[in-house]
Write a protein that binds this ligand. Structure first.
Ligand code: AMP
Ligand code: ZN
Length: 464
């Protein structure tokens, strides 16, 4: 399996730190608002990477954080007159709903920065002991020049970077390139006690601490959007390697941006759509499929035309699966014929094509083409095929869709007779004054889009 490593700027064969295992860390969102579909791109892309590793039999430890203390969260909390934790808890919940709707699997660990403060303090103390960090008036800085390999990921050179800095070197910092590990408390901000006084951590330290705690000193894959390469990931390498004395991450994967009119979608630029907004216009399956229709390292422009094309493509796949399902429901048991066996060879060759695409730096665009070819083959061959063959093609397409996180099961629709039976049960519950059960049934039906109306003539119902 080959993947492109930002660190070496080339595709490399994947060799895990521990055989059969993958430890991957994906930088998560700062939670002060609903996530936008740009934020959803790394979630979808790296969830698909994880799913592929799992398909290949790896045991994947997938860690993704929530940054739940930050200037933007504090600002939003002050605007609303609530605590920072109320804001972050609210948007963590909303983010999890969006992830579920995008069929992103829950991480093995989803640590929150505010719950890992002790670990951050311990790492900063080690960095100070080793001479990689220093304190000035309650602020702790990382001594960037002490770390020899600084700039290895972003291919930047400290002297060039410094030459580009016009502002005067602050009095406090020893060097303009030094970055903050711990900052002192300000009025109205959340803070924690530390050896350097009350304060809060800088952003970069949380990922170094969480990846060490939940995966280990050396992790297999570190991932995130390409805007994180510098300074965030560069600083993470400096902190982790200076503290642990070990290589931090073997492979660095970065997704390109989701753009609008060729500009990065971002909250600060105001050119964004939240996942929640888009879900009113398209099923989020379509958005997931759209994101995977491009290679993760290519910029992807968001437009209705392109999303419509993805919608049609996905429908073609799901319709074929439905057809196979109904054939399976109606044909008699029969075993493969010689001609089925020939077709199985074609099916297997397309699975091989799918896998080869995924193993070439997760080329999901080509992997999707292989699924389309498979669908075409199924449409031509299934009607004449034996049940055993149809089952084989069906299982194969479903399996490949599952790797991409595309849901192929049909949502079970309640039959009219089921609805009427539930309404009767509700009436009986009401008579028996079991209102809790009666309400439960009403809510259950409402979730399925069934609306009840109590009239004099009895209960009427309709589908929403
Ligand atoms: P943030 O909450 O801004 O730290 O972003 C969370 C994740 O979303 C990071 O991995 C970012 O790199 C990524 N991200 C933000 N905007 C975009 C975008 N327009 N396209 C792709 N990834 C993005
Ligand atoms: Zn990070």
């Amino acid at each position: 399996m080959k993947l492109y490593n930002t660190l070496t700027k080339q595709k490399e064969e994947f060799v895990p730190v521990n055989e059969g295992k993958v430890g991957m860390y994906v930088c998560g969102p700062t939670v002060y608002n609903y996530i936008h579909i740009g934020n959803a791109r790394p979630m979808v892309v790296f969830d698909t990477v994880r799913r592929y590793f799992e398909y290949k039999g790896y045991d994947v430890n997938y860690v993704s954080n929530f940054t739940d203390v930050d200037d933007k969260i504090i600002k939003k909390a002050n605007e609303e007159g609530v605590s920072a934790s109320e804001i972050s808890e609210r948007y963590i919940k909303e983010c999890q709903k969006d992830m579920e709707a995008l069929n992103v699997k829950p991480a093995t660990h989803h640590p929150k920065a505010t719950e890992e403060i002790d670990g951050m303090i311990a790492m900063i103390e080690t960095l100070i002991e080793r001479g990689y960090a220093y304190e000035k008036e309650g602020t702790v800085y990382f001594r960037t020049r002490k770390f020899d390999h600084y700039g290895q990921l972003s291919k930047k050179n400290l002297d060039d970077m410094q030459a580009g800095i016009r502002i005067a070197v602050s009095d406090e910092k020893e060097d303009a390139m030094d970055f903050v590990l711990w900052k002192p408390k300000k009025e109205g901000e959340p803070s924690w006690p530390s050896p350097w006084g009350d304060g809060r951590p800088g952003w970069h330290i949380e990922c170094s601490v969480m990846s060490k705690k939940y995966i280990g000193d050396t992790i297999d894959i570190h991932a995130g959007g390409e805007d994180l390469v510098f300074p965030h990931h560069e600083n993470e390498i400096a902190q982790s390697e200076a503290c642990n004395g070990e290589k931090f991450a073997k492979y660095w994967m970065h997704n390109a941006f989701l753009n609008i009119d060729n500009k990065k979608m971002s909250k600060s630029a105001g050119n964004f759509f939240t996942v929640r907004e888009i879900s009113e216009k398209y099923p989020l399956q379509v958005i997931r499929f759209f994101m995977l229709s491009a290679h993760y390292r290519s910029p992807l422009n968001f437009s209705d035309t392109l999303v419509e094309a993805s919608k049609n493509g996905l429908e073609r796949i799901l319709t074929a699966i439905d057809n196979l399902r109904s054939i399976l429901g109606s044909v008699q048991d029969s075993t493969m014929t010689e001609s089925d066996k020939e077709h199985v060879k074609e099916v297997d060759a397309l699975v091989g094509k799918f896998e080869a695409s995924m193993e070439d730096d997760f080329n999901t665009a080509d992997a999707i083409s292989a699924i389309f070819e498979l669908v075409k083959l199924a449409n031509i061959t299934a009607a004449e095929g034996s049940k055993e063959y149809v089952q084989y093609v069906f299982d194969t397409i479903v399996k490949l869709c599952d790797i991409l996180g595309i849901v192929t099961e049909k949502e079970e629709e309640l039959l009219d007779s089921d609805i009427e039976a539930l309404i009767e049960e509700r009436q009986a519950a009401r008579k028996a004054k079991n209102f809790a059960r009666a309400d439960e049934i009403r809510d259950m039906l409402a979730e399925q889009g069934i609306i009840l109306e109590d009239t004099r003539a009895g209960v009427k119902w309709k589908r929403a």
